[in-house]
Ligand binder design. Sequence first.
Ligand code: LER
Ligand code: MN
Length: 278
Amino acid sequence: MIFKKSISVSPIKTGFDPVLFAGKLEDGIPIIADLGFDAIELSIKDPNEKIIKDTIKTASNYGLAISTIATGQSYYNDHISLSDLNEGRRKSCISRMAANIDLASSLKAVIIIGGIRGAGYDSQKSDLPRFMENFKKSLNEIIPYAEKKNVVLLLEPINRYETMLINDVTQALNLIDEIKSENLKILLDTYHMNIEERSIEESFRKAKGCIKYIHLADSNRLAPGWGHINFKSIVSTLNEIGYEGFIGFEILPKPSDHEAAVQTKDFFDLFLRESKDH
Ligand code: LER
Ligand code: MN
């Protein structure tokens, strides 16, 4: 099996925690390239900011592709979301997504619909149906543009402590079924799955064919190997379902950005050795 490896980073400091080298990516890119990663996942706020162009150029100088555009900072930093009940903020989030699609199209990257959908509640928790309705409305507004630009959007189930909108694989697959677009697929993140799924392996099997990207992180969101998820079993499930493509590592910068990146690389080498033995 051929996996390419990517790691989540942010050019700017952000309230979104599991990214490496946030605000110091110029220092991080050479380290990531040196460790043998193929690509970076760019966690961004506004794709039109100059720092994004500069980062992409530096990454390319070091031979790193951009595998993925992660969009949650629009919500975590700028407080606009795809489910926003305020029409002005929802529309400005749609415009942000259109710009993300333009960027992803030029980079041949995929786009994550994770935190950008919002938490699904504000002061009261009773408005979930309205947030969900708005989220679906927004998806239906952006998907035709993604289709036109040939960009794949990835719906990521996120654990209940971060959002009330789509927590598990079954909910995500149902929504994907309902929307019916070849450009809407699923991203599975082992950190969220560890909280929400009855069995991580069974859920990978259930989503087989629809999975276009994977986030690996351990149970505590540290680099794989520093928590208690059974990655050996996950590797053999990925082999079994024939997953090919990127493995992205979305981990906390702990104990430091550098140590987390090195642990990820050491883990991945083991991961590849194990998958060759199977
Ligand atoms: C993003 O990939 C993610 O995993 C979420 O925790 C973001 O809200
Ligand atoms: Mn994730």
